[in-house]
Write a protein that binds this ligand. Structure first.
Ligand SMILES: NC(=O)c1ccc[n+]([C@@H]2O[C@H](COP(=O)([O-])OP(=O)(O)OC[C@H]3O[C@@H](n4cnc5c(N)ncnc54)[C@H](O)[C@@H]3O)[C@@H](O)[C@H]2O)c1
Length: 281
């Protein structure tokens, strides 16, 4: 199934960070089918190149750029290279992000009698927490500083950030990731207001639990039955299933498209099977 047929981004320059990763590579492939020129940015050039090559092989327009979203010089170099290859940015998708085990507790709850080897809240590593905050928050703010400058006054310009359903209600074990995604939701609203006089809309999606090749083994056993953690997730997801990367695509294309979403600015769209709406009762 492709939703791209419903959208026309011919000759628009779409810049996607984290495009060597699972979700943003998928976005890049679909967005390229709309006629856009897609720039795939990632610190892992090899991965971004692989996906850009797949897109080009299908006859669409894409190119990979090695970029560290935490280094202004790196982002600016990429901006200049994209401008020379495709023109200046029309739409920015800030997709680079993620968690780190050093910022994750072993247990959901602190207890009086935890075994000594348990990594509790008190053992969380400052560097791990900084890594997660920087990657998700600064890694969204810095590319926006660099690319949005060229988007000012352009027709149809917009930014899409990737928040998470844990931004409003934190998930257990991952305080830094939940906090950083809360900051992304807040920053999305801030940007929407700040750029509202110069024609740049800013919105976000907040994905729920998705199955990807990275987490499939954690969520399903060898027989394909949900593991204990997967069972807990499914119990708290009213639709009683995981999402697929493809199910984020409609939201992304919709928010990107001026014809569909021209007056939508500052929303954080949950795509989570009802997870964030459910109190569990
Ligand atoms: N997968 C999910 O279930 C899920 C749910 C909610 C939100 N998200 C968010 O969606 C986004 C994409 O997630 P994903 O699952 O595709 O992750 P992923 O790990 O597959 O991809 C992330 C990409 O970011 C790149 N990256 C890391 N540090 C970078 C840096 N400093 N500069 C440039 N690139 C860098 C990595 O190389 C990787 O290719 C993230 O923001 C993530 O937090 C994912």
């Amino acid at each position: 199934m492709t939703l791209a047929k419903n959208h026309n981004f011919k000759d628009k320059v779409v810049v996607i960070t984290g495009a060597g990763g699972v979700l943003c590579a998928y976005f890049a492939k679909e967005i390229a089918k709309t006629g856009a020129k897609v720039a795939l940015l990632d610190i892992n050039l090899e991965s971004a190149q692989k996906f850009a090559a797949e897109i080009s092989a299908q006859g669409y327009i894409a190119k990979a750029y090695k970029t560290n979203v935490l280094e202004l010089d790196s982002i600016k170099q990429t901006r200049d290279a994209i401008a020379a290859d495709f023109g200046t940015c029309d739409i920015l998708i800030n997709g680079a992000g993620g968690n780190n085990p050093k910022a994750t507790t072993d247990n959901e709850f602190h207890e009086l009698d935890l075994p000594p080897a348990t990594k509790s809240f008190f053992d969380l590593d400052k560097a791990g927490i900084e890594f997660v905050f920087n990657l998700n928050y600064l890694g969204t703010l810095l590319p926006t500083q660099v690319f949005a400058k060229d988007m000012v006054g352009k027709t149809g310009a917009n930014i899409i950030n990737i928040s998470s359903m844990n931004a409003d209600t934190p998930l257990t074990k991952i305080p830094a990731y939940s906090g950083a995604k809360a900051a992304i939701s807040n920053f999305t609203q801030w940007l929407a207001v700040h750029f509202s006089h110069v024609g740049i809309r800013c919105n976000a999606i907040a994905p729920g639990f998705l199955v990807s090749n990275q987490n499939r083994a954690l969520l399903f056993d060898a027989e394909g039955k949900p593991t204990a953690r997967a069972h807990k997730i499914l119990t708290n997801t009213p639709m009683r299933r995981f999402g697929e990367a493809s199910e984020l695509m409609g939201g992304i294309l919709f928010l990107m498209d001026e014809e569909y979403a021209g007056f939508i600015n500052g929303v954080i769209l949950p795509i989570d099977g009802g997870f964030s709406a459910y109190s569990g009762v």
